[in-house]
Design a binder for this molecule. Sequence first.
Ligand code: ADP
Ligand code: MG
Length: 498
Amino acid sequence: MAEKLMKFSEAVEKYDPVIGLEVHVELNTKTKLFCPAEVSFGGEPNTQLTPVSLGLPGSLPVVNKSAIDYAIKLGLALHCDIAEWSQFARKNYFYPDMPRDYQISQYDKPLNGEGYLDVELEDGEIFRVPIERAHVEDDAGKNTHVGGADGRIEGADHSLVDYNRAGVPLVEIVTKPITGAGARAAEVAGAYVRTIRDIVRALNISNARMEQGNMRADVNVSLRNSPDAPFGTRSETKNVNSFRGIERTIVYEIRRQAAVLEAGGEVLQETRHWDEANQTTAGGRVKTDADDYRYFPDPDLVMVHITKEHIDELKAQMPEMPRERRNRLQTEWGLSDNDMRDIINASALDLVEETVKAGASPAGARKWWMGEISRTANENDTTLEELSITPADVARVEALIAEGKLNDKLAKQTVSGVIAGEGTPDEVVAKHGYEVVQDTGALEAEVDKALAANPDIVEKLKSGNMKPMGAIIGAVMKATRGQADAKTVTGIVMSKIK
Ligand code: ADP
Ligand code: MG
């Protein structure tokens, strides 16, 4: 049953969207939050367990110090107030992937309190996202529903449960309601979650792979009549696990809720899920604020005490944050704001940096990654990393150009060859014989032929009209199958028409 949607532009004209994001980041500590079971992705089901991960009676949790340190570093990066005393609490609910029947989370005494994160939008504007808290909790296991159409529980024959993930440490970063984004609400959310991804990677505290579930977001959206009206009722779309999914959830919910309100209806406070196949959100369970998890302090765990000295120690270990790094690299490379923004928006900063480290000029590195290679990635609907060309390959192509062995056209063909999996740049050049003709005698002969065939052009060139030079270069290129160097050819032509 398709839901009614209002056109997006009309919806944001009529209503003011408010969003709230709860981002879960799985930490890449060696062991779980409360026991020494291994944390790693993709292991045989139910092999990374201890009695604590299984919640067996009598087993006792002990907090993992590294997990707390990782979470504090994240809190520092998000400008949060780090609590001197924080506390774990039991959040009671039943779900088969959570054998204890309660999740160990934090409630009224989270580790990281209020903070903010400045995110850069596509046009360079900085938007400040206010953060409510960033608390520590353990993850649930994973259910797999077998036999249904799309892996959902509806229509499944049976379900399997894997507890390897049960007890993996998570930080849940909760924003305050984000207002003032208007039509750019989805863009703000996308930029926010990407910035968090970049920060946790820089901190090296999470693998931050959304497709592996290392990061997932609950997306809250509501509409109100105007920016000074009270907040409307929100929907909460759970566990969205791609950047595009987050952005599209927001756009969809704005359009759906606007249609509901426009028809005089009421938005339900409910949890929904993002349906990637249909690009819609679908209703789940109706939720009220009275949802009672019966939180209470976990009597098995002592309070966490963080001294000021310890925070200072961790501060001293903080690496350069993505925005500082980006500003430093821009200065070092001498690129314009626009060039730099394009690189960031294409998630190509690491690749360009590695290419420069491998010896290419910043401008050259930028040109290849943002030009030919990005175009191929777009055409194939894939990412730059997934293509078979590496920063070292790009640097090698640039070196071959600098040595005069490749011209622009041959370099492009070489890059295409590398992307097509034909091997390294040198292998591609050797395979196709892509080298620039160095033999000036051979080039001279081709120039002579081209000039002889175009006496009118010769006249123009002699009279100082250089416009038709391109036609002569073109003819020589054609004759040499693109393997001439345009500058060399120009030089030969000039010497002939004197
Ligand atoms: P819950 O436990 O129901 O998920 P939380 O307080 O943990 O509630 O998180 C709710 C999220 O939704 C927060 O990010 C909060 O800022 C946001 N939020 C609260 N009210 C609204 C609203 N009316 N519209 C949009 N977002 C909201
Ligand atoms: Mg929530």
